[in-house]
Design a protein around this ligand. Sequence first.
Ligand SMILES: CC(C)(COP(=O)(O)OP(=O)(O)OC[C@H]1O[C@@H](n2cnc3c(N)ncnc32)[C@H](O)[C@@H]1OP(=O)(O)O)[C@@H](O)C(=O)NCCC(=O)NCCS
Length: 285
Amino acid sequence: MNFEILPMTLNDIGALMEIKNHIGWNQLEADFKFMIEYYPQHCFSAFSEGRVVGSVTGINYENKIAWIGMVMVHEEFRGMGIAKLLMKAAMDSMEECKCIKLDATPAGQPVYEKLGFVPEWSITRLINTEFICKTKNVESRAEPVWEDDMAEICRLDADVFGVDRSCLLLRLLREYPDLAFKITNNENGKITGFCFGRNGYKYRQIGPIVAGNSLDAFEIFKAASVCRGDTSLVLDVIDSHTDFVDAMRHIGFSAQRPLLRMFKGPNEFTAQVPQYFVIPGGEYG
Ligand SMILES: CC(C)(COP(=O)(O)OP(=O)(O)OC[C@H]1O[C@@H](n2cnc3c(N)ncnc32)[C@H](O)[C@@H]1OP(=O)(O)O)[C@@H](O)C(=O)NCCC(=O)NCCS
C-alpha cells in the first residue's frame, strides 16, 4: 500500500479528531490548530488514497529542542510503517534543532527506540476518576496570574524547562485565565511557582506546574482545582515527585497511564526536575 505524508492542514483536523477520540486522548481541535498555526513546517498528516490515517506534530523551541507529539495511526493502518514515515518527515524538518524530545506511550516507545531515542525520565498521568475533588472550597495562598506577571513567569519557566516556551504559556493564559495561578516569596515578592491549565476533550488538564517544593506545588494545584469538583481533572506528573504524587492520591487521584520522556541528540537543555512537577501534556513538553 502507498502512503503520502503531507503538511498538516486545518482540513485534516476532523479526521484526526476521530482517530484521536478512538484512541481516547484528551486534545481539542484547538490543540491541532495551535500547532498548525505556529509550527506548520513540523506538522504532518499521513494519507491513504486521500483518507487521513495518521499524524505527527512538532514544536520548535528556539532551535534548541524540537518537540514531537500527536504521533498516531488509525487502527486499520498500523504495522505498515506509517509512524516511521511520519517520524522521518518530522525529524527531517527539525534538522536545525540540537535535540529532539517526546513523551512516549508504551505503544510508541518501541517505534522511537528503533529511531535512536533514549529514555530521560518517566511521567504518570493522574486522573480523578470519581469526579470528586476534595480541595473544593479549600483556601490556597496561590494567586491569579495577570498579564503583567508573564515576563517573570516566562523567565522562570525557561530556567526550569530549559528553553523558552512563552508562546505556549501566553496562549494558556489568554484562553484559560481562570486556571493560571502563581505563588510568590513572602519576603521579596518574587514569583517562585505557577501553573496553567486548559480544557480537554475528556478532562480539564492542569499543567505545567513549576514550584520550589512539593508543598507549594500542591498549593498552586489547589487554587486551580477549587470550585471544579464537577469536572474530571488530569495531570501528567513527573514520577520523581513522590510527595506530590502521594498528596494527589490522598485527594482521590489515581494513575491512568505511564509516559516515558525520550530524546535524540545532545541533551544540553535539560529541565530542572526538582522544580518541574507537572508537564503541560506530552505534546507540549
Ligand atoms: C504507536 C503507533 C503510532 C505506531 O504506528 P505504526 O504505523 O503501527 O508503526 P510503524 O508500522 O511505523 O512501526 C515502526 C517500527 O516500530 C515497530 N513497532 C511498532 N509498534 C510496535 C510494537 N507495539 N511493538 C514492537 N515494535 C513495534 C515496527 O515493527 C517498526 O519497526 P521496523 O522499523 O523495524 O519495521 C500506533 O500503534 C498508534 O497510533 N498507537 C496509538 C497511539 C499512540 O500510543 N501513539 C504513540 C504516542 S507517543
